[in-house]
Design a protein. Structure first.
Length: 580
């Protein structure tokens, strides 16, 4: 999916055009069904009036057979209609979600700003948009057809009944209009409540240990109770509004039915209307209740559709795609990565997390990025990986600007362990090979040895084929990091990027594994972000990041001689290690 559409509404319209054949087929089916159903009241009138006035049973049998064939045709037509409707709806929904998630993944820094509850609501919005455009629209078109056709038949049968029907139809629309704005307000409150509740349960699962250690169960439950009371209050108001709306709708329908029945009976007794016409009119009125209700409900659904569309459209317009259809693929080796006066501001933020960095990276060298927490080290790594697009400045790969590069092909040259890296639900093997279908077990065994994973695997009954995930009990953070390091090594790329990838390891494992990685990557490029200066003393280049800029750079010895911030951090670590 690309960003050639001015708005998400334009995108939806294009998707409808792609499926116009399905829509056309559905329209034809609905039209045929409507015509067939329109014949029903006429057959009713013929059967009843002929039955009362004539004793021609053979003719009546033919009419009944025709009526049965008509019912059978309508039933079959409804099956075909439902099949096309479901086919259209399922295809539409999956494609909307797939394309939208593609949009989100194209701008990772914007995606990470979304809460779990907000993301879940947006996915729900996509489902509603799909349902509205396909299923709701089908029923709406069907309701329009049925209302128009049966209204015309009513006009043929009785002008006075037609006038009463139209009068109550107008009153029904007016009654619906009264509630539309209030329903919209309640819907917005319900959405906010759902987002807060989803976020609450997500935070509960992810912070359960801190909650227990700090004895915050009651505080958390009180917070939930307060939010839930507001949410339930919105639900209660919504149900009260629904009850008022349904009461008015029921009374309007009931009054309409009584008025029409009274008029028809009166006309029948006066001899102005046949019994067949009376029963046919009652059949039509009863049949029209559903289409008219669907027609009116569609108007209410349209308001929710507009809310969902506004939500999706707002985020759609905020995402810009880094790649284009004509982007340049990086198929050969990366010879040079350049950053020139690069700045980065997170979506919705005002401050620069990267404030103007210029640097060059060449293959085969070892680079380290050090600095205090919050200085912008991890953000710089994500810029280098093409996960973030710079707010200002230029990034070039092999002298080509990153905006012209196919970043998927660029990232095939990298393996990494980021602070956000997580285990997936699967076997230890699946966690290491990470969605690669063809497993090289010889290389896998070597990677397991390089990352000292033998002792971890031996703890499981099925060894490397036991199932784990990031929340598995009995697996430490250090063991998780070793599996993540094994994943990065298994990919065996030209560049390896490590962002505090050994900070949970014990000193012995950290020293052994890091040196194993260095030995394996002797001819390759390493970009390491760490607080442990002892690991990177002999690196080719060390960048010291402070407040979003590179304040110092050089080899370890050069930075020590400069006696700047790097040297202060080194001395602090040395004193700490000596004290320990």
């Amino acid at each position: 999916m690309n960003n050639k559409f001015k708005s998400y509404k334009s995108y939806l319209f294009s998707k409808c055009k792609e499926r116009r054949k399905l829509f056309n087929h559905l329209g034809i089916i609905l039209f045929v069904l409507t015509i067939l159903q329109a014949l029903t009241p006429f057959l009713f009138r013929v059967i009843i009036d002929l039955g009362r006035n004539r004793n021609d049973y053979s003719f009546l049998n033919v009419i009944f057979i025709g009526y049965f064939v008509l019912i059978l045709s309508i039933a079959f037509g409804n099956i075909v209609k439902n099949y096309y409707s479901l086919l259209l709806s399922s295809q539409f929904k999956s494609e909307l979600i797939y394309d939208y998630v593609t949009i989100l993944l194209s701008k990772v820094n914007s995606l990470t700003m979304l809460s779990f509850g907000k993301l879940q609501t947006k996915i729900g919005d996509l489902g509603y948009l799909s349902s509205f455009i396909t299923t709701n629209t089908v029923y709406f078109v069907n309701a329009v057809f049925m209302t128009v056709i049966y209204s015309c038949i009513l006009l043929i049968f009785s002008k006075s009944v037609f006038v009463i029907f139209i009068l109550f139809l107008i009153l029904s629309f007016f009654w619906e209009y009264i509630f539309i704005s209030y329903k919209k307000l309640i819907e917005l409150k319900l959405r906010e409540g759902k987002i807060r509740e989803n976020n609450y349960w997500y935070d509960l699962l992810n912070n359960i240990y801190d909650i227990k250690v700090y004895n915050k169960e009651k505080k958390l439950l009180n917070t939930w109770e307060k939010d839930n009371n507001e949410f339930e209050d919105s639900i209660f108001k919504n149900n009260v509004t629904k009850s008022k709306h349904e009461f008015g709708t029921f009374m309007l329908n009931g009054t309409k039915n009584i008025a029409i029945l009274y008029l028809c009976v009166h006309k029948t007794l006066e001899g102005e209307m046949t019994m067949g016409t009376l029963i046919s009119i009652q059949f039509i009125i009863g049949f029209l209740n559903n289409p008219v209700t669907s027609f009116i409900n569609f108007l209410a659904s349209y308001e929710i559709y507009k809310i969902s569309l506004e939500e999706i459209n707002a985020s759609y317009n905020s995402y810009e795609f880094i790649n284009s259809d004509n982007s340049i693929a990086i198929s050969n080796e990366i010879k040079l990565i350049e950053l020139y006066k690069v700045k980065l501001v997170y979506p919705g933020g005002n401050n620069y997390v990267i404030s103007g960095i210029t640097l060059k990276l060449t293959p085969g060298k070892k680079y380290a990025i050090v600095g205090r927490s919050g200085s912008g080290k991890s953000s710089l790594l994500k810029l280098l990986l093409g996960l973030y697009a710079p707010s200002e400045g230029i990034i070039k790969i092999n002298a080509v600007e990153s905006t012209e590069i196919n970043l998927e092909s660029y990232r095939t040259h990298f393996s990494c362990v980021l602070q956000e890296s997580r285990l997936i639900k699967g076997t230890i093997v699946e966690n290491i090979v990470y969605y690669n279908e063809n497993v090289d077990y010889n290389w896998l065994d070597k990677v397991i040895k390089l990352t000292n994973l033998e002792d971890v695997i031996s703890n499981y009954k099925k060894g490397m084929f036991d199932v784990i995930n990031n929340d598995s009990k009995g697996i430490s953070e250090g063991q998780k990091q070793r599996i993540l390091l094994a994943r990065a090594l298994y990919q065996n790329k030209d560049f390896i990027v490590l962002d505090e990838a050994t900070n949970s390891l014990d000193l012995m494992n950290e020293y052994v594994i890091f040196n194993n990685i260095r030995s394996h990557y002797k001819e390759k490029t390493m970009i390491v972000c760490t607080h442990n200066i002892s690991l990177i003393k002999d690196f080719d280049m060390i960048f010291f990041v402070n407040k979003g800029i590179i304040s110092e750079y050089g080899t370890h010895d050069q930075l020590v001689d400069r006696r700047g911030l790097y040297n202060i951090m080194l001395n602090a670590q040395t004193k700490m290690n000596n004290h320990v």
